[in-house]
Write a protein that binds this ligand. Sequence first.
Ligand code: HEM
Length: 470
Amino acid sequence: MESFMPYLLSLLLLRLSLYLISFVRKKGKNLPPGCNSWLRENLSLNLIGSRFFFQHRMQKYSPAQVFKTSIFGVEAAVFCGAQGNKFLFTNETKLVSAWRTPSLRKALLPAFVANNKKNPVAIFRSYDLAKPDALRQYIPVMDAVVRRLLPERPNSVVKMLPLSNKYSFELAFKLFTDAAVPEVLEKLIEPFGLLVNGMLALPINLPGTTFSRAVKAGQVARAEVMRMVKERRKEMRETGESEGDGEGRDMLSKMLLLSDEDEEYDAMVANFVVGLVVVSYDSTASAITAVVHFLAELPHIYQQVLREQMEIAKSKGPDEPLTWEDMEKMKYSWNVARESLRLLPPAVGGFKEATTDFTYAGYTIPKGYKTYWTPHSSHMNPEYFPEPEKFDPSRFEGSGPPPYTFVPFGGGPRMCAGKDYARVAILVFMHNLVTRFRLEKVIPDEKMVFHATRAVPAHGLPIHLHPHSN
Ligand code: HEM
């Protein structure tokens, strides 16, 4: 017990000083209605899960279009509905700016050094994952990975959550380095999983907490990626890649070519790669799991996806990889994926910080106060999505839902940089799965359970994969 006292005292002191600072700053301001009890709000979020937490608060503080709460250890004003989303997305850099939680910064980006002269982030952006030309080259890679991971024979049982995790984890690494070896990645998936879990945990660095496990896992992940960076530096020296072709063989080489060998710079590249793998793999895996959950549950939806995908399969040779043109034909399948993202959004939302005092819906948001947007505030609203509980991909036909109502990837200048890449990764997976197998849930009434940050299948979604002829 004695060894915990210094931790507890420093935690109490920290909370007390934060409370005093925020009390002084907010004194006399007309903040939105709501509850800022750190304990009550976080307990409730963890007990009932994000979807019901936000829905319950929105009903309680109705008709306010904004309410205050304290989630993931942060007091924030949650902006609701299409109007709230639009306000936050369109005022990025004017009234608010993107803000990351202390847990995320400590676990994920402890040594991140902003250096404008040699910035690996710029290289990533220059790849412009939204462009068909950049995406084209990843389609055969994705196709090969999913073909290898799916069982060769039908009549197998596969747990979809770990399988989609493996798929998207391998893809995330392959985005950076053509040397990603499946066996090495197999060992890395666990620390990365712990890192993802801790990103939004309460920042309590006591032995055994989710946060402290994430901090340790972050160290392991960065050390392992740093080893890959060093190996690549060595190869570049040996092959002369550093001396001249300028282009670099993959994104990792391109980033390293921006600077001579330099411990600080290389650590920044390793850090960046870890960060990007984290933001990309878990949400993509979560999206794929949601899609498979609905496909296995709703045979009429599965049949229409199958029809569309079989048309594409028939137009190709048996081992001919998928192409960008094939992706463009998968319109119904993408509507199914979008409807899955509406009902089970992989990302729970995002914080921004007020860069100046401003007023919203009659309430004051003081400079420095945190704001929050969440897909849960619009995705289940019957005004935008009639019969919101119903799975109905036709909502996305024609011009689709009204602007700022469907926001699984966020919006505005900080919208997900990998959303087109994610679309292709999901469609390639769907194609390979449905053209080869008929799906049957092993646990017929297995539910998707909402946690604080995402929904997961109660038992990992075991699926019986049957051959089509049966
Ligand atoms: C279905 C899968 C995915 C979902 C639902 C998703 C969702 C999101 C969301 C909600 C944000 C925050 C946007 C905001 O704050 O307004 C975000 C940011 C980001 N995502 Fe994704 N994401 C997915 C896949 C990916 C993939 C595959 C990549 C990379 C290949 C990626 C890269 C990024 C990056 C770099 C950012 C930060 C953008 C910035 O701050 O400027 N994401 N994503």
